[in-house]
Design a protein around this ligand. Structure first.
Ligand SMILES: [Cu+2]
Length: 476
């Protein structure tokens, strides 16, 4: 698990030019005033409708379902439905129907199939007008779950629950809309978020925290299984899924049900989901934090592509101690005859696993995981040309900073990139980025100075074909 100083963040990689173009076309309004929440129903699904930015032509429109309005066997967390970007359906449904905790052998704790329909109190500050009892608009930056309560600058664990609001909190950061739910299952606390960006990206985020207890103090692994039914462009049977390995220059389109792994992180494997007719769709890009917990015999897969069956949302397990995921059950076939079904011309659902390792005696560690869903063919403005010098490494913004700042970079050719933070004596303080940077895609590296002394630091980027550095100043 990375220390707090190693928070990596590709996901906030907004293409600045694209966002700028979109922002210029929007009327100026204070953050928060740009979200329209409507059609509330706290008891059932959907719980509310969201439009953002508010106005005649919102870029994003979708329905939300609060965890307590469960729609699958053991709940599915904070669910989104009928997600439209720029007037086009991009995701029919996204949720987490399967949530597991697995312990090391011999400690007296085996595993749990956790549930995700019990909401637990979060803090939202004073809500802005426009929400109701179970879906509130919070002033951006004011939402707190058990995760934040157990993290710096607060003392580490065992926290508690930071407020009394139950439901979905919505924050408008101007270029990013964030939905948050805080859930409990026994001693565990689960934070689930959806981030929507003006340029069409989606970041589904999951984090794991807990109160101190015998099992949560034992070493364990959390596994969340995201289920995405894209149905891009509104034609469910036209989705096609392709695995791309940029390092090896290969791509494979799946024609029958399959379970896959991202493999060696140096390969930069990701998956494309496309409408066969329009070529519009999303890339599912694993994050560095997802890759920290490799797949094993218990967790089964990193990505599964399955044929959709109406009314089947999970593997049917509904018992705390019946844990391991049973992918063969998720598509309605006989478990005794798990023959892969054809995907050709069928409605497809894509499952993606995020997880985190919690070592012994650290139940409150709040690892942030989840892939980036990167749009293709949905851009609202043209992309910048590849940098002629091979690399654009921008100065940190803000700089000087306290306690966090971020640095954007973009490479002309795809390659493996390392970004490290050094203090003035040349000592390496943190690895900020270690992974595959794609061709002409902006990446964002976040520097977290929470536990560092004030002073000047050097951020050095080393690639296979480019290098560069920039200075940052941490004020105390
Ligand atoms: Cu944990």
């Amino acid at each position: 698990m990375p220390p707090a100083t190693m928070l990596l963040d590709y996901r906030k990689a907004a293409a600045a030019a694209i966002v700028g173009a979109v922002l210029a076309a929007l009327p100026a309004a204070p953050a928060g005033a740009q979200v329209l929440l409507s059609d509330f129903n706290c008891a059932v699904a959907p719980t509310a409708h969201v439009a953002w930015p508010a106005g005649d032509n919102p870029l994003w429109e979708f329905d939300v379902v609060r965890p307590a309005a469960r729609t699958t066997t053991r709940g599915a967390g904070l669910e989104i439905r009928d997600v439209h970007y720029n007037g086009q359906l991009v995701m029919a449904r996204g949720h987490v129907p399967i949530l597991n905790v697995e312990y090391d052998p011999g400690g007296g704790c085996s595993c749990f199939r956790d549930w995700s329909y019990t909401e637990v109190g979060m803090a939202t500050g004073t809500p802005l007008p426009g929400g109701n009892d179970c879906v509130v608009l919070a002033t951006a930056g004011n939402v707190q779950t058990t995760c934040e309560l157990n993290q710096p600058p607060n003392p580490p664990g065992p926290g508690g629950d930071p407020g009394s609001f139950l439901g979905i909190a919505v924050e408008d950061f101007g270029s990013e809309l964030v939905l948050t739910a805080n859930m409990s299952a026994g001693w565990y606390r689960y934070r689930m978020k959806w981030h929507f960006y003006l340029d069409g990206r989606i970041w589904p985020e999951y984090s794991y925290s807990a109160a101190s207890a015998v099992c949560t103090e034992a070493a364990h692994r959390h596994q969340s299984y995201w289920r995405f039914d894209f149905d891009v462009s509104g034609t469910p049977t036209d989705d096609v899924v392709t695995e791309v390995n940029p390092n090896e220059g290969t791509s494979t389109t799946f024609t029958e049900e399959v379970m896959r792994t991202w493999g060696d992180s140096r390969d930069g494997v990701y998956w494309q989901v496309r409408n066969a007719g329009t070529s519009v769709g999303y890339d599912i890009v694993p994050s560095n934090s997802d890759r920290l917990l490799a797949v094993d015999a218990f967790s089964k897969f990193d990505l599964a592509v399955l044929r959709y069956h109406a009314g089947v949302y999970d593997d049917g397990v509904n018992s705390l101690n019946d844990c391991a995921i049973r992918p063969e059950r998720m598509v309605g076939e006989s478990p005794s005859n798990p023959t892969p079904e054809s995907l050709v011309g069928e409605d497809i659902e894509v499952w993606y696993r995020s997880g985190a390792l919690h070592p012994a005696n650290s139940p409150w560690d709040c690892d942030i995981v989840g892939p980036t869903l990167r749009p293709q063919g949905l851009a609202t403005a043209s992309e910048p040309p590849p940098p002629a010098s091979g690399l654009v490494l921008e100065s940190a913004r803000p700089n000087p900073f306290n306690p966090t700042t971020s640095i954007r970079f973009r490479v002309a050719e795809a390659q493996r990139i390392n970004v490290r933070l050094y203090d003035v004596t040349g000592r390496e303080v943190a690895t900020l980025f270690d992974g595959w940077a794609r061709e002409n895609r902006e990446e964002i590296v976040r520097v977290d100075g929470t536990s560092l002394p004030g002073g000047t630091y050097v951020v050095r980027l080393e690639g296979e074909r480019v290098s560069g550095s920039t200075r940052v100043v941490l004020l105390r």
